[in-house]
Design a protein around this ligand. Sequence first.
Ligand code: HEC
Ligand code: HEC
Length: 195
Amino acid sequence: MRGRFKWCVVVAVALGIGSDLFGTPAGAQSIEEKTQICASCHGADGKPVEKTIPIISGQPQGYLYIQLRDFKRGDRKNDIMQPIASSMEREDMLAIAEYFSKKPWPDLGQPRASKEISGRALSANRSVGCTGCHLDQFQGDGTVPRLAGQSRDYLTKTIADFRTRARGNNPGMSDLMLATAPDDLAALAEYLAGL
Ligand code: HEC
Ligand code: HEC
């Protein structure tokens, strides 16, 4: 219960500050000021404060921009991120995406998957071809996200959201996730987190 309470406070504070931040005229604030609010959840050192919050530091600019745009449009639904993105202009989104893309990817220190889990994940990758898009070592590029070392709980959640289409901003990814066995996806999440 305590964790949940802390979470609510973080959200309330963040949303309160958020509406002020992007309500001011474009250019009135530096990029550091505009991104201060992000650190309260995504982490000042790039390590998210909760396991269901994704790493955004070091993620490609194109991918980050598309997510902010999709949250604003409502194509990607999320009670926390939609209000934050809703008051951003395109220029803000591009600048913020560039700012985070230039930061180093943090090491969350998640355990490496066992031999058995890794074997299952790699065999699923061979049949689905994840790395055909997510590239070698799941590093991502352009509008395709890096998956290597992403938070395991976040990966699990967003894969589940693709499957229910609660995350509806990329129907192709949803189709692919629905066509992949849940056990394979669980193995992939564990494997990717440990890379
Ligand atoms: C109150 C906490 C909170 C704050 C503040 C916050 N975020 Fe988020 N952010 C989240 C959560 C939780 C998610 C995961 C949403 C989901 O599960 O779909 C997320 C997701 C994202 C994503 C999608 C990442 C991915 O891998 O798909 C981006 C991009 C993002 N946030 C950028 C930002 C930026 C930029 C700011 C500051 C302007 C910010 N966030 C502020 C909690 C927060
Ligand atoms: C045809 C290209 C393609 C293939 C194949 C593919 N992906 Fe993706 N994937 C994408 C794109 C593009 C996105 C970004 C979608 C968006 O903009 O929201 C994505 C997003 C994701 C995300 C969300 C990451 C985040 O930070 O929120 C996960 C997780 C993911 N893919 C896992 C996988 C796995 C696991 C496989 C193999 C089983 C796979 N993908 C196969 C193109 C692909």
